[in-house]
Design a protein around this ligand. Sequence first.
Ligand code: ADP
Length: 472
Amino acid sequence: MTRHDHWIGGKTVRPASGAYLPTVDPATRAPGAEVAAGSASDVDLAVAAASAAQPRWARLPAAERSAVLHRIADAVEAHADELAELERECTGKVPAQLRMEVESSAAYFRYYAGILRAHSGRTIDLGDGNHTYTRLEPYGVVAVITPWNLPLNQACRALAPALAVGNAVVAKPSEFTSASTLLLARLATEAGLPDGLLNVVAGTGRAVGTPLAAHPAVRRIAFTGSVATGRQLAAIAADRLIPVTLELGGKSPVVVFADAELDRAVAAAAGAVAANAGQVCSATTRLLVEASVHDEVVERVSESVTRLEPGVHFGPMVTEAQYRKVLGHFADAAAEGLVPATGGAAYEDGPAARGFYVRPTVYAGVPRWARLAREEVFGPVLVTMPFADEDQALALANDTDYGLAAAVWSGDVARGLRLAERIDAGQVAVNGGALTIETPFGGFKQSGHGREKGIEALHEYAQTKTVSLALR
Ligand code: ADP
């Protein structure tokens, strides 16, 4: 049985508890590797290692930190297959998805290695009697707590900018999916990241996440996960008066007008179901369609997702709890009298029945008050609603507690932009516009606050200091 230990101070460390947690391959339900069951004393060790290493790292010239980040990116690329395999073992993801996630994990280090050398403070003109400027200074030790849906990717999204500006990190991956983050830390050490700058403590949220967030030497928290946990961590951060980035859920709309290029809009709507089996917080899962083409679009999207094959185009639900949660949504929908246009069930036979696979699902014409229309399902499930005009489209798009992402499709580009500016969401793609590492990512409303990606994330992990010198 493979066992994954913590990575603390540049080496593997066994859990103080001596205990390990089981994992399963969600594609087959076969038992997988065991992962260290961390506790508060492991957290203490990791935070001490981080605190000791951080000041020297922060004093290095940006170019030297940048060079190390580039070497980490090289190492991720060189070990892409190994990282992907570790990720596959505990998530069941399909190869194309794994490839994309590992590539973008490396790209985070590459991107922040680059902008680190070009982006720093600014000078402020107070006249010729002063020399006044700002510096981006690190917080010190940053806690990075990540979920199971995009494990390595979400870790790198936070680690790269946090390390870039001179912080040390203690990462707490999900206990279901820790292996890739642990290997990343080893690779980073081998690539020349000084010991103690990236520590990974495995274990549950309660046993590791809470003491980590509450540790007096942790000066900032970056969290990706559920609203409920985000609220708990925000309470700890509020009590300690430290900043926290919350990247929480979503129920993002995709708005399709009758004059849109329907082929592309249909493909994008179906793509949101397939990508990571809908286990993406920014997935556009509310398909709002202009009434005159609603039925046609629903039919085409349903046809398209029905052709998706489990294990080929999409993976299983990553955890059993998530699998049961999605099936619970289907049961509630049935109790509310909703009938799916396609899907709405698990697989009863064949290889997919062995794993936590859920059929790609579309519920058409769902009332706005239905649970399925309001709550994040986090599975391959789309709900659709018709709208009469632009005003109603906007009202429906904003009729949610969340505000992470949105998409608009229209042949009238001005209308597309008009809606983009009025939808309450952190990022809006019009007619398939790209959203990448360069584009800031984060929520409005209950989707959280703070921004990952882009130059904005560099500022999230830095505190601005002003220095002013009198020249006379
Ligand atoms: P999900 O439903 O996506 O698993 P969670 O919010 O439960 O979302 O988990 C996201 C991350 O937060 C995981 O690493 C998990 O272990 C951690 N976590 C869960 N509960 C807590 C908690 N009370 N305090 C700190 N971290 C937690």
